[in-house]
Design a binder for this molecule. Structure first.
Ligand code: UDP
Length: 368
């Protein structure tokens, strides 16, 4: 077989699309393959009833990285959407992230000093100097009341394990603020691509050959023979046929419903933070784009254990898995013709902007 491409890129998600775009722009010939029958990876959006449905869970683009923001804005315009999810704890509603509105609802505090004092009281008996797990970290940050009502149930459902068995860094993704500001993110820029994520990725793939429904690992030899180099954004343990065993992932399932109402819950995302409700959140997609359609589409998100063949969504970056990942990383370093990247290729809880930044960095070092 003839080498026809400079790069074969495995995965049509954000990592693959940014790299493919950059390589094509610099005159390289790329072939992108994805085993799914659509582009975009987990940012894929599908239009249902005129509404862009986030098929793999809510994706809100946010970044403080100027270069990433400028980059992504070449392809699509972003709306002014600001993520302000509501937490529903057995019918009691709280603002997220943890801010003065949350504290007021929880304790009736009005001033930042009052709120700080309350948190101090609530963590006094539990405070640890060096939080070793998510539970200790959460209590240190916001005290026991908020931990019990807004964190514990949600987190244990999402990750399928106890908060004492989870790494502390996960909860540090959420801001704690002593202002009346319900914006979930601290980043400078935020929004949703107008017209949907799929449109954005389509534009990145302008002029790039993309083959969908192609399972790279099942056809590795033939596909490798087509290109000089492989950019692989699939799961790293799968690439090596799970030689050292499986890395752990968390999976999700979505139950989608079209409803005959124009507004079901009044907010894009409502988190169910109790431990009895089986789903973690309900997404009402039209609110991401201030939609005025007559109907609405909602998705209930159910966390799921992952086993081979399921979609991996979240890497479980605890010590045990990070050590195992280190072993795969060593194998990866020996593959001189393959570059691993993205959330699955690097087994990292990357946000979208971080994926784009790392693909841009790769493009710079690789495409001289
Ligand atoms: N979290 C929580 N309660 C909530 C929302 C989030 O305790 O209502 C915790 C949970 O542990 C979660 C982490 O915060 O894993 C990070 O949440 P984020 O919204 O960043 O997760 P993602 O959007 O990636 O699913």
């Amino acid at each position: 077989m003839m080498i026809k491409y400079d790069y074969i890129i495995i995965g049509a998600g954000l990592f693959g699309s940014v790299f493919a775009h950059e390589a094509t722009k610099r005159g390289k010939k790329c072939l992108v393959v994805d085993k799914r029958n659509h582009i975009g990876g987990n940012v894929f959006s599908d239009e249902i009833e005129g509404i862009n449905v986030h098929k793999y869970g809510p994706h809100i683009f946010h970044t403080s990285n100027q270069r990433v923001w400028d980059y992504i804005n070449q392809f699509v315009e972003f709306s002014r959407f600001t993520y302000m999810p509501i937490a529903n704890y057995n019918g009691e509603l709280y603002n997220l992230p943890f801010n003065m509105n949350t504290f007021n609802k929880m304790w009736g505090t009005i001033t930042p000093d009052e709120a700080r004092l309350k948190i101090e009281e609530h963590r006094a008996s539990h405070k640890t100097d060096a939080p070793a797990n998510l539970e200790e970290q959460a209590i240190n940050l916001v005290g026991v009341d908020i931990y019990e009502k807004l964190i514990k149930g949600y987190t244990q459902k999402q990750w399928g394990r106890l908060c004492v068995d989870l790494p502390a860094f996960i909860i540090k993704r959420l801001p704690v603020r002593f202002t009346y500001d319900n914006n979930y993110f601290n980043d400078k820029y935020q929004g949703i691509p107008i017209g949907g994520y799929t449109k954005m990725v389509e534009r990145m793939f302008d002029g790039v050959e993309v083959r969908l429904g192609v399972d790279y690992l099942a056809n590795k030899q033939n596909l490798d023979a087509l290109a000089k180099k492989v950019i692989y954004s699939g799961a790293i343990d799968a690439f090596f046929d799970y030689r050292f065993g499986e890395l752990e992932y968390r999976s999700l399932q979505f139950e989608n419903e079209i409803l005959d109402t124009d507004n079901y819950q009044g907010v894009a995302v409502m988190n169910y933070t109790d431990s009895e409700t089986l789903y973690t959140r309900i997404i009402e997609h039209k609110h991401f784009e201030f939609g005025t359609q007559e109907k609405t589409v909602i998705s209930r998100e159910y966390p799921m254990p992952w086993s081979r063949g399921d979609e991996p969504y979240y890497p479980v970056n605890d010590d045990k898995n990070n050590v195992l990942y280190g072993k795969y990383r060593e194998l990866a370093a020996l593959e001189s013709n393959v570059i691993f990247g993205g959330r699955l290729g690097e087994y990292r809880y990357y946000d979208m902007d971080q994926v784009i930044e790392s693909a841009l960095q790769l493009a710079e070092s690789e495409l001289l």
